[in-house]
Design a protein around this ligand. Structure first.
Ligand SMILES: Cc1cc2nc3c(=O)[nH]c(=O)nc-3n(C[C@H](O)[C@H](O)[C@H](O)COP(=O)(O)O)c2cc1C
Length: 208
């Protein structure tokens, strides 16, 4: 991972993840197609699979019980420590009933909780003033467009600086070959969004 000498102006660390734990998730295919463009734009990519970070469904009693033992639940702390290292985020979301999947909200909510055992690497400061880019996928024609707007609201509430550029890939089950989007125009949009995210992260100099 990045060293203390790294700054966003040199090598921004971008946390990249799909908001689906499903092994063959369409959103994971689009996240994968973002790795090379992010690297080409000069980022160090922290490519996360939320299947490797199974968090319980947020429950206030469970949080209180964990805090009574001194810390948030271990899987939450592990993910918070990763988010803390990120200068920016790229999130690819599916659409569930016109909105974001509970996995995305649950992940963002748990990590937004302060951990008295590690205040510097927990809570809303993990998100505040960090740039974020959003993309969506769906097997349907609209590509999860409605989830993008809801995700934008949630990230904005967390004081993230959400890029105006976004992409919704419809008919996503037919959209990829060899880890890339088949449609050149869409792949160019991916590249443009990745470049904008890295350049914004550098300009803002947001520090984890
Ligand atoms: C509860 C639920 C609600 C869904 N609602 C929508 C929807 O509103 N719009 C849409 O395009 N697809 C919807 N879908 C279909 C998903 O886009 C599809 O299952 C997709 O493959 C899930 O994303 P993933 O492949 O990244 O796991 C829904 C799926 C589920 C399970």
């Amino acid at each position: 991972m990045h060293t203390a000498a790294d700054t966003p102006a040199q090598t921004p660390v971008i946390a990249l993840f799909a908001a689906s734990a499903r092994r063959d998730a369409l959103s994971k295919r689009l996240a994968l197609a973002c790795v090379a463009p992010l690297q080409a734009a000069g980022a160090q990519v922290m490519h996360l699979d939320l299947n490797d970070h199974p968090l319980p469904l947020y429950h206030g009693d469970e949080e209180a019980a964990a805090l009574a033992q001194g810390s948030l639940p271990a899987p939450v702390v592990a993910l918070q420590q990763l988010f803390a290292q990120a200068h920016g985020f790229l999130i690819v979301t599916p659409e569930y009933n016109g909105s974001i999947p509970p996995l995305l909200k649950n992940t963002l909510d748990w990590c937004s909780r302060a951990n008295p055992a590690d205040p510097a690497r927990s809570g809303v400061a993990l998100y505040a003033n960090k740039p974020a880019a959003l993309m969506a996928t769906s097997p349907g024609p609209l590509g999860g467009m409605r989830a993008l707007f809801h995700a934008r609201d949630v990230l904005g509430y967390l004081n993230m600086l959400v890029l105006p550029q976004q992409l919704a890939v419809g008919r996503a089950n037919e959209a990829f070959a060899e880890g890339k989007l088949i449609d050149e125009r869409q792949q160019k949009t991916v590249t443009a969004i990745c470049q904008a995210l890295v350049s914004t992260t550098r300009q803002l100099g947001s520090t984890p």
